[in-house]
Design a protein around this ligand. Structure first.
Ligand code: ADP
Ligand code: MG
Length: 706
């Protein structure tokens, strides 16, 4: 069955409405690119007066074109676009690329025009890329479609690239070409009024010629749709992505209000992570990683052997590799013995293996052979300077021969002088042999690091979120419904406590009281010592207003604390109190959640106190949480060692914490009207965890929530 995007990426004919004879104009570049790239289908420049553009016969209108038109470019003033779209409809055009700007991005008048052409497109079943966009490229020899006004003519290859921003897409396209990385398809969709990055991703997921996909985005109009497609495609092929607008995630984590801890920006990175997409925060690193993904297998583990013919750069490479989580282990005796027999006497034999500068092709070949056959090595890093006294081209051919066996990933840091012809040839041998070559030791190391990071990402344990069958969702819903009927968005302390009870989230034993007598009776039932807290919608941080009295040891102390708060806090109205069991000191933890549009909840975990406020040491994950995801939250904070216990301090019961996170995740999935929730603190002990404070804010149920 033909795909809706076939007309965009594999058009059999292209018309250019707004084709121009004026060189370097968009209307000229699009036609010239179709010609220069050898587009296989029929090309129809449309121009009211011209009879020929770029050597092609021009037509006064779409109607005048003899054959059918699959794809039309529209490159005319925005006010005329709705009418042109109607013409496309009459002609039976199936997809349109609107290069023109002047739509939603300029304000209300532009938005009106955008709505108008979109209505026309929908009426005729035309799919639209843009407006305000570049277009597409498909290097498949069966099509050679260059429907775009950029001027990079890429080599055919296996990497497909989609960028919302044409500016970023353009330079990424150029950077790939500069590195000699071949392109499969390209798309930049500008205002994205119809065809989204998600849909393009799905299309490339099904494209056998696309080996890896690169995405550049600035966020998603429909994050949920993107997530669902991404999860599916990322399970089949590597998807590497970068989101612009890097966040001060840590800075946002400053306050203990979960609502301000996580924003939409964090959500995009969390979507990548949950979907199994490899995220990048540096565009250069993304492009250089793509070069490695284009030709290299994924390493089975973190152990790298460095083969070098010069000392210093191998030291830098070692530092970078180790700092990004790879290992440069000492080689085993058997490999060292083989290297000793094969290499020059001055060679360093452990790891890095320094064959020294005078080594020739035969030395490289034997050393590579040993490293390839060593089962304790997962990846090869070649550091290659080109001394004038060696046959560097012969060495390059040996590296290529090893690379083409494709049993272990290989990257090369090539340090050479490209102004000399013989070294340009050396480089060309490597590149044509599929060896990813980089210009700095750290760049090659990070590209290898990306392959490893991807291997770890794909190997992570997958599990469905646990469903607890001992919860009482109906009662929890009733509690929230009652609050909503009373037009309260912040739940009262007993309502929060009841929600936790419904989901068996451990909370210190509690009772409500509205007088000293009632508080004393509650304290005696719970068992002294107790804590007394006010419960007022006007004091969300109770201790800030002196509304928490801890460690009350007897009835007199409880009574005195009630009286004291009643006097001091009289301005808050008639007071209600929560009396709570006073818990022994433990590790203070913070757990929170905030809802992110239709995506569901972002969950947060960290250590309390200074770890949140000063160190911003918190971790976020997109719910619902599986057990491995909950586990990875515990391992995701810098202070994770404190959870395990240090210097005689007991750690925190991991199992109890993982269960708490999963129960909370289930509560949130069941109750999508919760906008914000936090448990601050949860006290962690060696054998259990127990929350002592909770806050919940509810809102309307988002449409289309999962
Ligand atoms: P708020 O965060 O609104 O100021 P909390 O209920 O979190 O109020 O109480 C403030 C602090 O008092 C907590 O961070 C904790 O250190 C301590 N605390 C509160 N409840 C208990 C309890 N039941 N047992 C022991 N310590 C408690
Ligand atoms: Mg608190």
């Amino acid at each position: 069955m033909p795909d809706a995007l076939d007309a965009l990426f594999k058009p059999r004919s292209v018309a250019v409405i707004g084709a121009s004879a004026r060189e370097h104009s968009v209307g000229h570049s699009v036609v010239a690119n179709l010609q220069a790239f050898g587009y296989v289908g029929a090309k129809y420049p449309v121009h009211p007066k011209a009879t020929e553009i770029c050597g092609l016969k021009a037509y006064p209108s779409l109607d005048a074109i003899p054959g059918p038109v699959d794809l039309a470019h529209i490159i005319i003033p925005s006010s005329q676009v709705p009418r042109a779209m109607a013409e496309c409809g009459r002609k039976g055009v199936r997809a349109v690329i609107i290069n023109s700007g002047g739509f939603k991005e300029i304000g209300a008048e532009g938005e009106r025009l955008q709505d108008a052409f979109l209505a026309e497109a929908r009426r005729h079943g035309i799919r639209v890329l843009g407006p305000n966009c570049q277009g597409i490229i498909n290097t498949d020899p069966a099509h050679r479609a260059y429907c775009n006004f950029t001027n990079t003519l890429p080599q055919a290859g296996s990497i497909s690239l989609a960028a919302l921003s044409g500016g970023v897409g353009g330079f990424m396209l150029q950077s790939l070409a500069d590195l000699g990385v071949g392109l499969r398809m390209y798309a930049s969709n500008g205002n994205a009024c119809d065809i989204s990055i998600a849909e393009i991703l799905r299309y490339w997921g099904d494209d056998a010629g696309t080996r890896a996909i690169l995405l550049y985005t600035e966020g998603f109009a429909d994050p949920k749709a993107f997530y669902e497609v991404a999860r599916d495609v990322a399970a089949r092929k590597p998807v590497l992505a970068m989101k612009a607008g890097r966040t001060e995630q840590g800075a946002k984590a400053a306050s203990s209000h979960t609502g301000s801890l996580a924003g939409v920006d964090i959500a995009t990175e969390l979507i990548f992570e949950k979907a199994g997409i490899l995220g990048f925060s540096d565009e250069g690193e993304l492009i250089r990683a793509a070069m490695a993904f284009a030709s290299q297998p994924i390493p089975r583990g973190p152990r790298v052997a460095i083969l070098t013919n010069t000392g210093g750069p191998a030291v830098i490479a070692t530092d970078v590799l180790v700092s990004i989580g790879l290992q440069v282990p000492t080689l085993g005796e058997a490999s060292v013995a083989r290297l000793r027999a094969a290499l020059l006497p001055q060679a360093a034999l452990e790891n890095p293996v320094d064959v020294i500068a005078t080594a020739g092709a035969e030395h490289f070949r034997q050393a590579l052979e040993v490293l390839l056959e060593d089962d304790a090595i997962d990846a090869l890093y070649v550091n290659f300077v080109t001394p004038s006294f060696t046959d560097t081209q012969a060495i390059a051919r040996e590296i290529v021969a090893v690379n083409q066996r494709r049993c272990k990933p290989l990257v090369c840091n090539l340090m050479t002088d490209l102004s000399q012809e013989r070294f340009r040839v050396t480089q060309r041998i490597l590149l044509e042999g599929g060896v990813p070559c980089y210009g700095y030791p750290g760049e090659a190391a990070r590209a290898l690091g990306a392959l490893h990071r991807y291997g770890v990402l794909r190997a992570r344990p997958c599990a469905a979120p646990q469903v607890f069958d001992d919860v009482d969702a109906a009662r929890a819903r009733k509690v929230i419904a009652a609050a909503q009927r009373a037009r309260r968005t912040v739940l009262a302390a007993d309502e929060v406590a009841t929600l936790f009870e419904c989901y068996r989230i451990p909370l210190a034993d509690w009772a409500m009281a509205d007088s000293a007598d009632a508080a004393v009776a509650a304290a005696e039932r719970i068992g002294l010592p107790v804590v007394l807290k006010i419960d007022s919608p006007m004091a969300s941080h109770k201790s800030d207003v002196g509304g928490v009295a801890v460690n009350l040891r007897d009835a007199a102390a409880v009574r005195a604390a009630v009286r004291d708060m009643q006097q001091r806090l009289a301005h808050l109205g008639p007071l209600r109190f929560m009396v709570q069991k006073f818990m022994p000191a433990g590790q203070e933890l913070i757990v929170g959640a905030t809802r992110s549009g239709t995506l569901g909840h972002l969950l947060m975990f960290g250590l309390g106190g200074i770890h949140v406020e000063v160190l911003k040491d918190v971790v976020f994950k997109l719910g619902p949480l599986s057990a491995p995801e909950a586990e990875s939250m515990l391992d995701g904070i810098r202070a994770k060692a404190l959870l395990r216990g240090v210097r005689g301090q007991p750690g925190v019961c991991r199992e109890a914490l993982v269960t708490l996170l999963q129960r909370l995740s289930m509560l949130l999935s069941d109750l999508p009207m919760i906008e914000e929730l936090d448990l601050n603190p949860v006290l962690g002990y060696a054998d259990s965890v127990c929350a002592v404070d909770g806050r919940v804010r509810v809102g309307p149920v988002p449409e289309n929530s999962r």
